[in-house]
Design a protein around this ligand. Structure first.
Ligand SMILES: NC(=O)c1ccc[n+]([C@@H]2O[C@H](COP(=O)([O-])OP(=O)(O)OC[C@H]3O[C@@H](n4cnc5c(N)ncnc54)[C@H](O)[C@@H]3O)[C@@H](O)[C@H]2O)c1
Length: 387
């Protein structure tokens, strides 16, 4: 198989997971890392065993050994880096949210389509074997036509006023914090598993901690404040908690909440889909189990076991039952779907394998988040998502 060269811009928290995931595929060479300066990029490249480093993304984009560019920078750099990579004719794997605004995301989708490059967004929960199992079961009609989708995505890493991230600064993270960062994942997953589209939303958004202590030095993503860290007090303009009512294109109703201030919830994404014949629930923190709710017989828990899940989704499970698969394995499944598509020489307009979300999916998520913010701003009224 022809080898594919990969380069990544931004190697903070999630970037190294992109690198790990593509290395597991066996036919991808991690060629280089671009960072915000020469020294930090070189240090990251050394630590991760990557041959080349660049002090800025432009130099990485000029490297002829790189065919696929991953963008794992803070949100405000998604548009410029993605747009520049597309202009150079590179395939692009962008982390989510695709862009700061739906308008920017649409431009990226249009530019990528015009250039004919393969484009992907890391809605990585799609890569979990039991997520694919749930999707397959619903497509086969096992719960009937879904009429209710409910869930939440809660975390606690911003619960103290000393917790801080660029995600809280609108010029770096966008107009939304919790909804853009984790609500975008919930919305993509709900639509992906159910096969439905979100059409209308009603949002109620809150900033539980309106004043925070921003460290004056640098701090790793998701890290707690150090004992003697210096800080300055800042006003927070973005939400850390939100509840949303949702309508879907088949008439189904639903609701979800997101929060980054909910103690004990580490990365707690829960999605339940109810239909007339049954319900299905998947919970990220217990991702090797799928709950199947029944009216006329006992409920079941299906364990992740290649021998027990449908043949059509077996390729997403790599270990026997009882051997837990997790976040990083699902991330690698996503990369497998994307890179196999590239290796097969497919065109972006060809049918995509299921775990592979495109810029179109990224654009849709941006549209939904904007509609929720718009709804909340208007006093929590029903708002149509303007795709
Ligand atoms: N898919 C997921 O589940 C998931 C998980 C975490 C983060 N993310 C997304 O990934 C992105 C990065 O998040 P993170 O948590 O890794 O953030 P982070 O702050 O830990 O890392 C960002 C990296 O980008 C680098 N950077 C900043 N400016 C740069 C520039 N001009 N050129 C090159 N590099 C630059 C920083 O030095 C840092 O290493 C965000 O958009 C976030 O939403 C996605």
């Amino acid at each position: 198989m022809k080898r594919i060269g990969m380069g990544i811009v931004g190697a903070g928290f999630v970037g190294p997971h992109h690198i790990d995931a593509v290395r597991r595929l066996g036919f991808v060479d991690v060629v280089g890392i671009a960072g915000s300066n020469d020294a930090s990029a070189a240090a990251k490249a050394r630590a991760l065993g990557v041959p080349k480093s660049y002090g800025g993304y432009e130099a990485l984009l000029d490297d002829p050994d790189i065919q696929v560019v991953h963008n794992a920078t803070p949100n405000y750099l998604h548009y410029p880096v993605n747009a520049a990579a597309i202009a150079k004719g590179k395939h692009v794997v962008s982390d989510k949210p695709l862009a700061m605004t739906a308008a920017e995301a649409k431009k990226l989708l249009d530019q990528a389509t015009a250039k004919g490059i393969v484009h992907a967004v890391t809605f990585n929960y799609r890569g979990n074997p039991l997520v694919q199992q749930a999707r397959h079961a619903i497509a086969k009609g096992e719960i009937g036509k879904p009429h209710f989708l409910v869930g939440y995505y809660l975390q606690d890493w911003l619960i103290k006023d000393t917790d801080y991230s660029w995600r809280l600064e609108p010029d770096k993270g966008g107009a939304s914090s919790a909804l853009g960062d984790i609500g975008s994942h919930w919305c993509d997953l709900a639509q992906h598993i159910s096969g439905l589209r979100i059409t209308d939303v009603l949002g109620d958004i809150t900033t539980v901690i309106p004043k925070r202590k921003r460290p004056t030095g640098s701090r790793e993503a998701f890290a707690a404040a150090g004992a003697n860290e210096a800080y300055e007090s800042v006003d927070v303009k973005v939400e850390d908690l939100a509840s949303v009512l949702v309508r879907f294109d088949n008439g189904a109703k639903g609701s979800f909440s997101v929060g980054q201030v909910c103690a004990g919830h580490k990365n707690d994404l829960v999605l339940e889909i109810c239909g007339p014949l049954g319900s299905i629930r998947w919970r990220q923190e217990h991702q090797n189990e799928l709950w199947l709710g029944r009216r006329d017989k006992a409920n079941e828990i299906l364990q992740k076991d290649p021998g027990l899940i449908d043949e059509a989704v077996r390729g997403y499970a790599h270990l026997p039952g009882g051997h837990q698969e997790a976040w990083a394995d699902a991330f690698a499944n996503l990369m497998r779907d994307i890179y196999q598509f590239i290796a097969d020489g497919k065109k972006p307009s060809d049918a995509h394998p299921p775990a592979f979300a495109t810029f179109e999916d990224g654009y849709r998520a941006n549209c939904i988040v904007e509609a929720i913010l718009d709804s909340a701003k208007k006093g929590s009224v029903w708002t149509r998502v303007n795709y």
